[in-house]
Design a protein around this ligand. Structure first.
Ligand code: VGL
Ligand code: ZN
Length: 205
């Protein structure tokens, strides 16, 4: 496995929030087990950025917003399918806070996504319409960053969609294997996401 030169790379830490960790509303199995690895690597990067999933109450991605729907049901959305989640990462709630063990001291930017009531946003770059930018690409471009290392939660959603967008935007993209965990909802989604990322030239380091 090739080790990229972290000195010229940005580490993008995705959604390590209480609601995605054990005990949270949308807990990723072992979600908190990646935190110490991530903390120990931060100082090797030129830039460290963290993303937070950040939803208003009654967000479109919540099952509770759609009468008669259950968690993990799907609804058609904009020629796509929206999976319905438990209420999670409500802006400013304890569940939306970074996990207390995560050290964000070296983060130069914290970017929040999913803030629009009508659109979910898995990727840290674009909302799920794949058009509306979060601003992250512009920030990285201004900082002359061309190489990214992604870590955080969840492998099969926010990591996956962020990685694919980053490749489309022309970044060189790696995923920190020991720094990601997935929800595996539906069953098999972690494996499918990993094999698709590998096929698209994303390196697991
Ligand atoms: C995420 C589901 C819903 C994630 C965010 O961070 O991967 N997953 N919202
Ligand atoms: Zn969300």
């Amino acid at each position: 496995m090739k080790r990229p030169d972290f000195k010229n790379s940005a580490l993008i830490i995705i959604d390590i929030q209480n609601d995605f960790c054990p005990g949270g509303a949308l807990a990723v199995p072992d979600g908190d087990s990646i935190i110490s690895t991530i903390n120990s690597l931060c100082s090797q990067f030129r830039l460290v950025i963290a993303a937070q999933d950040w939803h208003p109450v009654k967000h479109i991605s919540f099952a509770s917003t759609h009468p008669g729907k259950q968690v993990y049901d799907t609804i058609p959305w904009n020629n796509d399918t929206q999976i319905l989640w438990p209420d999670h990462c409500i802006a400013g709630s304890p569940g939306s806070a970074f996990h207390p063990a995560l050290n964000t001291d070296l983060c130069s930017l914290i970017i929040r996504k999913g803030i629009n009531l009508e659109i979910d946003s898995y990727s840290a770059f674009f909302e799920n319409d794949h058009i509306t930018p979060t601003g992250l690409a512009g920030y990285l471009e201004e900082q002359k960053i061309t190489s990214l290392v992604l870590c955080g939660l969840a492998t099969d959603y926010c990591i996956y969609y962020s990685a694919l967008d980053a490749v489309k935007l022309g970044f060189s993209v790696s995923v920190l294997q020991e720094g990601v965990r997935g929800v595996n909802q539906p069953e098999g989604s972690i494996e499918a996401a990993i094999s698709d990322m590998q096929q698209k030239g994303i390196e697991f380091i």
